[in-house]
Design a protein around this ligand. Structure first.
Ligand SMILES: [Zn+2]
Length: 68
């Protein structure tokens, strides 16, 4: 997964693709459990808002988790 975000596209809170992918499964678990993962991982939420590729991964995993 390669994201083409330059420094101008990131924010201070944005953890970046590597960190977002590292906690993605936990983030999905929290969301699927009806909790608010953005509260625990605000930097990851900021990343999904900034990075369409990671946001798509999250949406796909969440749909898979929800239909499980
Ligand atoms: Zn990303």
């Amino acid at each position: 997964m390669i994201c083409e975000l330059g420094a101008a596209g990131t924010t201070l809170d944005d953890v970046g693709c590597d960190e977002a992918m590292a906690v993605l499964h936990i983030y999905v678990d929290l969301a699927a459990a009806g909790q608010d993962p953005a509260e625990r991982y605000p930097g990851v939420a900021a990343h999904f808002a900034a990075c369409g590729a990671c946001a798509e991964d999250f949406a796909g995993l969440l749909m898979a988790a929800a239909s499980d």
